[in-house]
Write a protein of this length. Structure first.
Length: 272
């Protein structure tokens, strides 16, 4: 549940999205003269919007690109998403706070990347150019607040991301049921771990964990498989990489922001 102003031109979220304790089954109305009550209320300071539109004027008003929305209280090199992805990201962020007890998505390694900026060479992260992609923060993994479970499907490898619940008394999260994949094992001096891009943990980490991947997918954010050389390039594991695709292909998503000529050098039919 959230709230918006009554005017269509005022693009403000009045309240953060919150999960209701159950389904809404009806609404009750009662007669009464409430006008004096509401008009005498002191409204206090107005709410701070969670996001603001960033002006992106187009040469042709009939071919106006979709707006990029800059989010307040989000730390990223460019803390913005395309307008279609804002509500989903905000809802996902609120769900993570509720389930895990801390604001994991307050800091992103990357969100929107302008087309004139270069991404990591050899790493396909092109959805960041669409305003629909994000790279989650890697620091929690280095601090043992984030772990990865490896999932192989045929010749493709995916990652299931778990974040540690803030409350470790059992009120949040669930115990892990399988060994995790340790990317840092490649630096342990073990040749097999180096060639495999890491190794399975010897034991299952204790504590209570929240399945971030499931939450992201429930809010429309797609994960991506590793690239073929991921064993030798940590970024190619792409565990941090998610996109709100809405069933679009990359070219169609890019055309929401750019002309065909602008994206011609970026389009690669072989890209996942």
């Amino acid at each position: 549940m959230t709230a918006y102003p009554g005017t269509q031109t005022d693009a403000q979220v009045m309240l953060p999205a919150i999960r209701l304790p159950g389904p809404v089954k009806g609404i009750s109305w009662a007669e009464g003269n409430y006008y004096p009550f509401f008009t005498n209320l002191d409204p206090g300071p107005g709410p701070t919007p969670l996001w603001e539109p960033v002006s992106e004027p187009a040469d042709n008003p009939e071919d106006q690109p979709k707006r990029m929305i800059e989010l307040r209280y989000l730390s990223a090199p460019s803390p913005a998403f395309i307008e279609d992805a804002v509500a989903s990201f905000s809802s996902l962020r609120a769900a993570v706070i509720e389930e895990a007890g801390w604001d994991f998505l307050s800091t992103l390694e990357n969100a929107f990347v302008p087309l004139d900026k270069t991404l990591s060479p050899g790493i396909n992260l092109d959805w960041l150019y669409t305003g629909r992609g994000m790279m989650i923060n890697d620091i929690p993994r280095l601090a043992d607040w984030l772990v990865l479970v490896r999932e192989d499907y045929g010749c493709q490898t995916f990652w299931r991301v778990y974040i540690k619940a803030y409350n470790q008394q059992g009120y949040q999260g669930q115990p892990l049921q399988t060994n995790i994949w340790d990317l840092n094992a490649r630096y342990s001096g073990d040749n097999a771990a180096y060639e495999n891009g890491g190794a399975f943990s010897a034991t299952i980490p204790a504590g209570y964990w929240v399945d971030f991947t499931s939450l992201a997918q429930a809010h429309g954010w797609t994960r991506f498989p590793t690239q073929l050389h991921w064993q030798f390039s940590e970024k190619a594991s792409r565990y941090q990489y998610f996109a709100f695709t809405q069933g679009l292909d990359l070219e169609t998503a890019l055309l929401d922001l750019y002309s065909l000529e602008e994206i011609q050098n970026l389009i690669d039919p072989a890209s996942p």
